[in-house]
Ligand binder design. Sequence first.
Ligand SMILES: Cc1cc2nc3c(=O)[nH]c(=O)nc-3n(C[C@H](O)[C@H](O)[C@H](O)COP(=O)(O)OP(=O)(O)OC[C@H]3O[C@@H](n4cnc5c(N)ncnc54)[C@H](O)[C@@H]3O)c2cc1C
Length: 380
Amino acid sequence: MKQQEADVLIVGGGLAGLSAAIDLSGQGKSVLLFEPKSYPRHKVCGEYISNEVLPYLSKLGIDPFALGAVEISNFSWTHPKGKAIQAKLPLGGFGISRFTLEQAMFERAQLVGVQIITASAENITSIPNGVQLTSSDGNIYTASAGIAAYGKRSILDKKLKREFISKKANYVAAKWHAKGAFDPSLVALHNFEGGYCGVSRVEQGLINFCFIASYEVFKNYRELSKFMDTVLGANPHLKALLDETEMVFDKPLSIAQISFKDKPPVEGNWIMCGDTAGLIHPLCGNGMSMAIRSAEMACEELMDCFSVHQDLNQVLQRYQSRWKLEFSKRLRMGRVASGIFSSDAGSSLAMDAIRFIPGILPFFIKQTHGKVDKSLAYEA
Ligand SMILES: Cc1cc2nc3c(=O)[nH]c(=O)nc-3n(C[C@H](O)[C@H](O)[C@H](O)COP(=O)(O)OP(=O)(O)OC[C@H]3O[C@@H](n4cnc5c(N)ncnc54)[C@H](O)[C@@H]3O)c2cc1C
């Protein structure tokens, strides 16, 4: 058994964990990042990222457009009965695959001196003025601070006795890339019974399809292909796209047990970042920015703590308040939007209302997104 100390331990090398690792290591802190899976890898995700994160990504040395990201400025929404509406996205965003973005961030993390440990965290605990972690290879690590960014759901949630983990998580999701024609400036959401499918372009001329559906509806079909043919195919707009594009994956990548319940942004001495602190409904297209922005917030608070020798408790309290102030409203609005989307009648009515008062849609989108911090100018 090995024992090692560092300034910060980070659990999970997704967007939240990698962002925090690059930031802290770039500012001279010793960082150990625990991630069991190797890079690059695909993840189930709509892969539309809000422009909100561009200044911070630039600060971290990541330029998504140099990696082939596609600018997205328009939004369309279709209903199974054929209705459709379009709008300009107030802030806009870009499309890039997790495969490419995380690989670039992983390389950047190595370059700035992050020590990446290919193991999972089996246990994370709090010790006086710090944190401790036991890895899957039986080693023990301690640090002055810890960031838990292990995603939506993990055995660690059970070990920490987090309330959400005992509640029903009744969504399934799948994603694939395809070749074919699709307007690159568009992110489209196609409603179907019990869910919706996002479609937008990513790098290398590929189209990302990603759907999320209620398990209650999905369980009647069981097989993904049957569900896609019958339920997704019932929306004529989506059916046309499915027929006219060619999947480049052998089969869609799928996940289950997705929960949108509230989670505390702090557990003991651990700062929770990204989906570990809360997952917004994917239709808002804001989960990745929340992951990246929460890492930014955690790093700001931790760097304050390291530079003026503040008490860790104050840092945890400040992070918790900032997280709630910045993200609680987005999560609430995401739930409202999902409620509307999940009902045929609700979405049809909402579309009629938007046609009548077009300003409703950009207003609603703004409520689920943050703003660009102008003090951090983005250099493309
Ligand atoms: C269907 C769907 C579509 C979505 N579409 C969009 C979209 O279009 N736009 C958008 O902005 N957001 C979208 N999201 C949300 C977005 O995918 C997440 O918010 C984002 O991935 C969160 O990043 P993260 O770093 O917190 O977690 P993750 O990316 O899940 O990373 C967590 C990492 O932790 C690792 N890990 C897990 N357990 C352990 C452990 N015990 N020890 C060490 N490491 C561990 C995992 O291997 C993983 O790499 C979507 C989500 C879903 C479900």
